[in-house]
Every structure is written in structure tokens, then in C-alpha cells.
Design a protein. Sequence first.
Length: 76
Amino acid sequence: MSFLPTMVRRRNISYGTQTIEGTRAWDTFMSLVTTTRKLGLSFFEYVRDRILRRGNIPSLATIIYDRSSVNSLGWS
């Protein structure tokens, strides 16, 4: 499932971001939503784990690396 409908809905409600920094923050946020969804993680649980610095959920980079190692996805 793409995050595009979510972005369009958000843009229509808020009339877009007001600053370049806001656009970058929104893009980062949506990238995290998409990545956690693809990895089968709860976005909210992941962000909560990061904010509270619990460390119960590995970093996204670690999860992606571990899964690529298991699936033998090497450098191309």
C-alpha cells in the first residue's frame, strides 16, 4: 500500500507545509511510515521506542541489513 493517498489527504486538509523545513520533516515522516509498514512494524510503536529511548526495537537500518543478509541480497 502506497503512502501517496495519505499524503494527498494530509495535503488537502492542511494546504501543505509552510516552510522548506516542514516539507523535509513531512517527507521524513512519510518515509518512516512507509518503511515501517513494509517491514511489518507498527510506526507508532517504533517512534515511541525511539522517543522513550527504550531500544526494544532495533534501528530500521539494522532490521533491513539483517533481513537482506537472510535473503542473500548482496551488493549489485
